[in-house]
Design a protein around this ligand. Structure first.
Ligand SMILES: [Zn+2]
Ligand SMILES: [Zn+2]
Length: 207
């Protein structure tokens, strides 16, 4: 018969894990000192493991669960109750250990939203030629581009419509998708993070 050195209960009364009864046995779990996630207050994106992505509660919970260390077999984390559950398998018996753990969500503006609000753009897409067509297609382009990047400015001119677009690559994708012929010109417009920064203007003309 074992006697628990902490509480004095015996192995006749309660199950034992090593020298201690299962109530007194210490499950050693290492928690991160501080766990913080950046979350964008404008678009709701979250920064996880150095990358910005769409907020997905399950993915965040899994990420948190992956930060705990110990001899448990599995850990689950629940944001709503700020609870972690650890599953131990000791001599074939499963033990569930519950611990409270809170995570900080720090509200910031993500780089994409910072660019957007700063009027950032990499490309200008110009619609020229026949008025009705250029208006129709500029409108269509605006909807398409907004889903994949952002349009920081729309300028209506006498000769046509200019869209100032966040990402240049997305404009090229769009033009290819539409199968239009276009002209493009690149202009050096300063430096960004030590590199030369170019802006490209694309012109589509409708007959
Ligand atoms: Zn005990
Ligand atoms: Zn954002």
């Amino acid at each position: 018969m074992n006697i628990c050195p902490k509480c004095g209960k015996t192995s006749d009364e309660i199950r034992f894990i090593g020298p201690f009864c299962e109530e007194c046995f210490e499950f050693k779990i290492k928690f991160p000192k501080k766990l913080e996630y950046l979350i964008c207050s404008k678009c709701g994106m979250v920064r996880m493991r150095g990358k910005w992505g769409k907020y997905d509660q399950k993915a965040v919970e899994e990420d948190i669960a992956g930060r705990f260390r110990g001899s448990f077999e599995r850990a689950d984390y629940y944001l709503d109750s700020e609870t972690a559950i650890f599953y131990y398998n000791i001599d074939g018996k499963i033990y569930e250990v519950e611990r409270k753990f809170s995570v900080n969500f720090v509200k910031v503006n993500c780089p994409e939203c910072v660019r957007k609000s700063g009027g950032y753009y990499e490309a200008i897409l110009q619609f020229r030629g026949e008025k009705k067509k250029r208006e129709f297609f500029a409108n269509q382009a605006y909807g398409w581009l907004k889903k994949k990047t952002f349009v920081s400015k729309v300028v209506e001119r006498k000769e046509g419509i200019d869209l100032y677009v966040g990402r240049g690559k997305t404009v090229v994708e769009f033009l290819k998708d539409m199968g239009w012929t276009y002209r493009s010109s690149r202009k050096l417009s300063g430096e960004k993070e030590g590199k030369r920064f170019y802006r490209t203007t694309y012109v589509v003309r409708f007959e």
